[in-house]
Write a protein that binds this ligand. Structure first.
Ligand SMILES: *Cc1c(COP(=O)(O)O)cnc(C)c1O
Length: 363
């Protein structure tokens, strides 16, 4: 069985070394030494000044919205994981969907201004598959209309744009360190901001709003993460460059087999011209949903997993929102499929999967 993804695991002994320390200190959670060390190492690896290690990428988004005190409407993308939209609703705001760009599959920055009203407080956009949004245009629009910007960077670990970390953009960027992501701490998330006061506020929100001994400064939540999760993050971090290298190599094999040697009737998302793919996903947009289904079903019969990521459109699928159609998103969501990509996948397997896909298509 070839799954669509598989979490990377470090050598068990390297994780165990961290466990020995936990047993010695008997400090299991609540901003412990490993959690602090992971924050420092992530800041250094990602070239960031301010970063918090939190429970997960969803709570990171919720705390970001809370910290910016957003109200009313938040402009967002319907082409993302459900947590992007649910966080907005969870925080009592209303998602206003703007259609995506058909090449980048990110929110179409050219369509944002038309959606702004006096109820709009922010833009929450996802760097889909790690491909940076049009951050410059979004920044201009936000400045002009006095809107806050949050980026859901759950896919964007290690991504640079214009020579700096993509997490530097927006008032706040969030990340996910979930086991299915490129780099993980089993469960985990990150909150990043350039604003130290805002970071301080989120640090308090993360810890129930506690500001001192028996004092509270905010409405808070439990957004902390444990020493065991931090340990996995620390044990995985030395491998991240190798993980990305390997995944990018596998992506090149797919490219070669499917598009250079093969005639796959599909396209790949167009990448931001000042950024490089981090190897997080291998999505292809087929020329029709019929072709996607034919290939997906045949692969399944051959025990090869794929994922319709993202399908369906969030604007159409959520029981707590009135269904809405957005032409580009509806069309792309029907035709996009992510192929298997993970560290342990071999070149031979990529070739076998690619040959099978082409054979199914050309039959
Ligand atoms: C995974 C993901 C999240 C949620 O992150 P968790 O750590 O699983 O809570 C949010 N947004 C996007 C785009 C994701 O892919």
């Amino acid at each position: 069985m070839i799954p669509v993804t598989k979490p990377f695991l470090p050598p068990k002994t390297e994780y165990e070394k961290y466990l020995d320390g936990i047993w010695q200190r008997e400090w299991l959670t609540n901003m412990g030494p490993l959690a602090s060390r992971l924050e420092m190492e992530l800041k250094s690896y990602l070239y960031l000044n301010h970063l918090l290690f939190v429970t997960n990428g969803t709570v990171a988004l919720q705390m970001a919205i809370k910290a910016l005190d957003l109200k009313g409407d938040i402009i967002t993308t319907p082409f993302s994981f459900v947590a992007t939209t649910s966080s907005i609703v969870w925080e009592g705001c209303t998602p206003v969907f703007v259609d995506i760009d058909k090449e980048s599959l990110n929110i179409d920055a050219a369509k944002i201004e038309a959606a702004i009203t006096n109820k709009t407080s922010a833009i929450l956009a996802t760097h889909v598959y790690g491909n940076p949004c049009d951050v410059e245009t979004i920044e201009k629009i936000a400045t002009k209309h006095h809107l806050k910007v949050i980026y859901d960077g759950a896919h964007a670990f290690g991504v640079q744009v214009n020579g700096k970390s993509v997490f530097e953009y927006g008032d706040i960027s969030t990340g996910s360190l979930h086991a299915t992501k490129l780099y993980h701490s089993i469960e985990g998330g990150m909150v990043i901001t350039k604003n130290p006061e805002l970071l301080n506020k989120i640090a308090k929100i993360r810890n129930f709003g506690i500001s001192g001994y028996n004092t509270f400064s905010e409405l808070g939540i439990n957004g902390k993460n444990s020493e065991f999760h931090a340990a996995m993050g620390l044990a995985n971090l030395p491998y991240i460059n190798e993980i990305m290298r390997k995944r990018k190599e596998l992506m090149q094999y797919y490219d070669e087999m499917l598009f250079q040697k093969g005639n796959l009737k599909a396209v790949k998302p167009q990448w931001h011209t000042s950024s490089e793919n981090n190897g997080a996903y291998y999505p292809v947009v087929f020329e029709s949903e019929a072709l996607l289904l034919k290939i997906k079903n045949h692969l399944e019969r051959n025990e090869i997993g794929t994922r319709r990521y993202f399908y369906p459109s969030l604007a159409a699928a959520l029981p707590y929102l009135k269904p809405q159609s957005l032409p580009v998103t509806d069309d792309i969501a029907k035709r996009v499929l992510c192929l298997p990509l993970y560290y342990d996948l071999s070149e031979e397997e990529v070739m076998m999967i690619s040959r099978l896909i082409l054979r199914i298509q050309n039959n």
